[in-house]
Design a protein around this ligand. Structure first.
Ligand SMILES: CC(C)(COP(=O)(O)OP(=O)(O)OC[C@H]1O[C@@H](n2cnc3c(N)ncnc32)[C@H](O)[C@@H]1OP(=O)(O)O)[C@@H](O)C(=O)NCCC(=O)NCCS
Length: 211
């Protein structure tokens, strides 16, 4: 795809949502799944930003300042974003993944927009189950072959992608272990003459389908 063409976001088609409902477990570690295909307003987005407050707010504050949650709330109402959340018995959100089917310079990609697990639930393989389901979704979406518009077929899907803060070491190591690679359009490390490495604010990582 030419870099002159505008990027295009797509709703996951209904066949894809059926696949999503199959690949993401209904329950993980006693948490129950709820899928949302659109958020409208502040009250809809609140539970997500409140969980993010507990996970990586420090990175967002460093980038966007103390009002980061306002910006994030706006972002979360983006058309096409699909939310797979996991809730405890009191209907409190404890983990979620947000997915966007979109185009970029590479063509059609499935973007891992957000993945967060409440700190009380870390290291219980919840994040691993979410991202494994996300990778399965990408492969099965590609195989289902639905047309997204007159020119774009979901079979063109070529990779999963994500953006990660470069100083979120745990997440960067985790993604690398899962087979993610630095994309050529990503901001890159700079190595000074002294040998000191200056990291950019974030990296864009990709993983070919079906690894
Ligand atoms: C990254 C995150 C989603 C992982 O979810 P999780 O449920 O805690 O992770 P899992 O239990 O599935 O473990 C996944 C891997 O994380 C790593 N990990 C788990 N606990 C860890 C710890 N205490 N310290 C360092 N690494 C750890 C391990 O590599 C583990 O793999 P392995 O145990 O299979 O070898 C979660 O830590 C999180 O919400 N982090 C904050 C938000 C974030 O950074 N999101 C990504 C931003 S793009």
């Amino acid at each position: 795809m030419s870099t002159c063409e505008p990027y295009q976001d797509y709703h996951i088609p209904s066949e894809g949502l059926a696949i999503l409902n199959n690949v993401f477990p209904e329950e993980i570690a006693s948490l129950k799944r709820q899928v949302k295909t659109h958020l409208n307003n502040e009250s809809d987005t609140d539970e997500y930003t409140q969980l993010m407050q507990l996970t990586i707010a420090s990175h967002y504050i460093a980038r966007d300042g103390p009002d980061w949650a306002e910006k994030k709330r706006e972002e979360l109402t983006l058309e096409g974003l699909t939310f797979v959340g996991y809730y405890d018995d009191s209907n409190q959100l404890k983990a979620f993944i947000t997915i966007l089917l979109t185009t970029d310079d590479w063509g059609l990609v499935l973007y891992l927009y957000e993945i967060h697990v409440h700190p009380d639930y870390h290291s219980r393989h919840i994040g691993s189950q979410l991202i494994t389901s996300f990778h399965k979704l990408a492969v099965l979406l590609q195989q289902c072959g639905t047309m997204l518009d007159s020119n774009t077929c979901v079979s063109h899907l070529n990779s999963t992608k994500l953006t990660v803060f470069s100083d979120n070491d745990r997440a960067v190591q985790w993604y690398t272990k899962l087979g993610y690679l630095l994309s050529d359009e990503s901001p890159q490390n700079k190595v000074l003459r002294s040998g000191r490495v200056i990291k950019p604010a974030y990296y864009i990582l990709y993983r070919p389908l079906g690894l």
